[in-house]
Design a protein around this ligand. Structure first.
Ligand code: SF4
Ligand code: SF4
Length: 134
């Protein structure tokens, strides 16, 4: 069964993922080819196609609660294997962005002394700047 959610039927979470990723979630028809080739799948709590399904129906709790998006290596294997041309790595990145923007502000980059900025992981700084400019 193909899931087609349009207009008002799409909740805000679905629209946000689609806006940030540039992907149409409805294109996925759950063939599972992405999960079959994903090198990180054995370590994930939800398989990539399961993330897609929960994202399609706007299940924010399951999508944001899964470790899967943080284990995605953005290798693009899934995109190459997907018969519908879904760029799942972009979907995963969009979900990471939504998650990071919702969390508590642990650091405020503009308030950090210059010498401390070099001690932080780059991802922490990048996400903190993203949150301040979102
Ligand atoms: S981009 Fe992410 S989800 Fe896709 S195959 Fe690579 S690790 Fe798996
Ligand atoms: S390969 Fe594409 S169509 Fe198939 S489950 Fe994955 S994202 Fe959906």
């Amino acid at each position: 069964m193909r899931l087609q959610l349009k207009g008002k039927l799409k909740n805000e979470f679905v629209k946000k993922i689609e806006k940030l990723s540039g992907e149409n979630l409805s294109k996925c028809y759950q063939c599972g080819r992405c999960s079959g080739g994903c090198p990180s799948a054995p370590f994930m709590d939800l398989l990539p196609n399961q993330v897609m399904r929960f994202a399609q129906i706007g299940s924010q709790k399951e999508v944001l609660g899964a470790k899967t998006v943080w284990l995605c290596a953005s290798c693009f294997t899934c995109m190459v294997r997907c018969p519908k041309g879904v760029d799942l790595a972009r979907v995963m990145e969009a979900i990471r962005q939504i998650s990071l923007r919702q969390n508590v502000d642990y650091i405020s980059p503009n308030k950090l002394p210059i010498e401390k900025r070099t001690e932080l992981p780059l991802i922490a700084l990048v996400s903190a700047f993203r949150k301040s400019t979102a």
